[in-house]
Structures are given as structure tokens and as C-alpha cells.
Write a protein that binds this ligand. Structure first.
Ligand SMILES: NC(=O)c1ccc[n+]([C@@H]2O[C@H](COP(=O)([O-])OP(=O)(O)OC[C@H]3O[C@@H](n4cnc5c(N)ncnc54)[C@H](OP(=O)(O)O)[C@@H]3O)[C@@H](O)[C@H]2O)c1
Length: 258
């Protein structure tokens, strides 16, 4: 793989497993130093393995247990990423991948769930971006992870879907607000179902409801694999994507394309 990210430093939130792990490994294989992040104790070993894969490909890696929904977690991530970048003390790539789902109907909504989803999926993204901005390199890249649920109206997903729609709005607003000032691009990737823990732990009612749509996916009758998504994020982090900003790239096999 071309090492076009050599010398760049990336933060990938929620990268112990699933899509985030594939993104971290992909960026590392292209030469980026990667800060691998997770939050729960059970993911320590998985996160260390992702870090080893990045280091084995010749780039530097650091692994941090930090909660994106908490200011101290976000600040720790920024400081660790700056250390990882060495004497340059800058962050080139910020991939907002960490998120939690809900599977909750409106009737069962609780304050606690509302705060958990929004603090992780929206507040974490907004405030981590704010914390990274003073250190972002010119020609930097910010990538946000949306979902087809942002636009499909699937039942039992109101908080998650709304949080993902917020990220598509962030991409459009920040592309304009931050673009020239910081020399960055800001884009979203919009996956459909992807074979990860998050998808397989989805409520059975929702999984059953999605099955006909999965079978009708234009590109192939299957759910996505993490390897379908990571190179799209890689493209949005690359020099070749310099004229793409404020955009949402639909990486969902054509399940949704507008
Ligand atoms: N899988 C799908 O079908 C699908 C479809 C569309 C979009 N997406 C989006 O793609 C992204 C990744 O999804 P996935 O399926 O790979 O998820 P996943 O398998 O559930 O992994 C989520 C990762 O995020 C981390 N995380 C969760 N809360 C965090 C917090 N507060 N602070 C830091 N890290 C946190 C988790 O850490 P721990 O390992 O410590 O728990 C984990 O590493 C998400 O943004 C999701 O919305 C997924």
C-alpha cells in the first residue's frame, strides 16, 4: 500500500474493534501514526492488538482508554496524539468513529439514555473537534461517521438516527466555517449495515425488518464488511480528496445514495 500518510498523525475514536479498528489499521498501513482509542475495560486487549498492527506496518501507534463523552477523556486524547506526532506537535487527521446505539422506542425513552447517546455521538464529536482545532495541521482532514439511519426513518432508532443526522449537518457547517480558516476538509461517510458488534447486537425486530432491504442492496445482497468502509475513509483523508468537503459519501452498497 502507498505510504502517502507517512509523517501524519491521526486520531481514530472507538478503534478497538469494528469499523474504527479497520480504519486505524488502514491509516497505519498508509504510514500514519495512529492514536487508537477505546473506552471499556473489556476492549483493552483488542485495542492493543490494533496498536500492534499499526506499529508492525512501520508507523507509530499509541493506545488510549478515554471516553469521548467526557472532557477529561477528550483532552487526554489530544495530548496523547500530540506526543505521538513527535516534535511536530500537530494532528493531521481526526476520524470521529466512536458511537453508541439505542434500539429504543420513543415510549421507552429515558433521560439517562438520551444523555448517553447524545453525549457520545454528538457532544463528543463537537467538543473533540473543538479541542483538536488549535493543533490541526493545514491540509488536515476531519471525517465523521454517519449511518443510513440518519435518513431512513427506521423505528426504534430515534436518538441514534438523530445523532447521525447531526453529524451530516456538522460536516456541512464545519466545511464552511473551518475550511479556509484552518485549511481542512470535513466530510461524512454514510455506511449501511456493517458486520460488527454494533450491528449484530441490534434488536431482532429491526434486523428482521432490514433483511429485505439487505437482500435488495444494489452492489451485492449482503451487509457491508469493515474493509468496505476503511478505504473510503482513507480516501477522505488523502491528498486526492482535497476538492471534496462538506460532503456525505454513501458507503452502503447503494442502499441509499442521496
Ligand atoms: N455497524 C454498522 O452497521 C454501522 C452502520 C452505520 C454506521 N455505523 C457507525 O460506524 C461507527 C462504528 O460502528 P461499529 O459498528 O464499528 O461499532 P462497535 O463495533 O460498537 O464499536 C464501537 C467502538 O466505539 C467505542 N466507543 C463507544 N463509546 C465510546 C466512548 N464514549 N468513548 C470512546 N470510545 C467509545 C467502542 O469502545 P469499546 O470497544 O471500549 O466499547 C468501540 O471501540 C459508529 O459511528 C456507528 O454509528 C455502524
Amino acid at each position: 500500500m502507498t505510504r502517502d500518510f507517512a509523517g501524519k498523525t491521526a486520531i481514530v475514536t472507538g478503534s478497538a474493534r469494528g469499523i474504527g479498528a479497520a480504519i486505524a489499521i488502514h491509516l497505519g498501513q498508509r504510514g500514519a501514526n495512529v492514536l487508537v482509542n477505546y473506552t471499556s475495560d473489556r476492549s483493552k486487549e483488542a485495542a492493543d492488538q490494533v496498536g500492534s498492527k499499526v506499529s508492525n506496518s512501520g508507523a507509530r501507534a499509541a493506545v488510549i482508554q478515554a471516553d469521548v463523552s467526557k472532557s477529561e477523556g477528550r483532552e487526554a486524547m489530544v495530548q496523547r496524539a500530540l506526543e505521538l506526532s513527535g516534535s511536530e506537535r500537530k494532528i493531521d487527521i481526526l476520524v470521529h468513529n466512536a458511537a453508541v446505539g439505542d434500539d429504543c422506542g420513543l415510549a421507552d425513552l429515558s433521560d439517562e439514555l438520551y444523555d448517553r447517546i447524545n453525549d457520545t455521538n454528538i457532544k463528543g464529536v463537537a467538543f473533540l473537534t473543538k479541542a483538536v482545532l488549535p493543533h490541526i495541521a493545514r491540509n488536515g482532514r476531519i471525517v465523521l461517521m454517519s449511518s443510513i439511519f440518519a435518513r431512513q426513518g427506521n423505528p426504534l432508532t430515534c436518538l441514534y438516527s438523530a445523532s447521525k443526522a447531526s453529524l451530516e449537518a456538522f460536516a456541512r457547517v464545519w466545511a464552511t466555517e473551518l475550511g479556509q480558516k484552518y485549511g481542512v476538509t470535513v466530510n461524512c461517510v454514510n455506511p449501511g449495515p456493517v458486520a460488527t458488534d454494533m450491528w449484530f447486537s441490534t434488536d431482532k425486530e429491526l434486523l428482521d425488518a432490514m433483511q429485505p432491504t439487505i437482500e435488495a442492496t444494489p452492489a451485492a445482497p449482503r451487509v457491508g464488511e469493515v474493509e468496505d468502509i476503511a478505504p473510503i475513509v482513507g480516501f477522505l483523508c488523502s491528498e486526492e480528496s482535497r476538492w471534496v468537503t462538506g460532503n456525505v459519501i454513501c458507503a452502503n452498497g447503494g442502499m441509499l445514495f442521496h
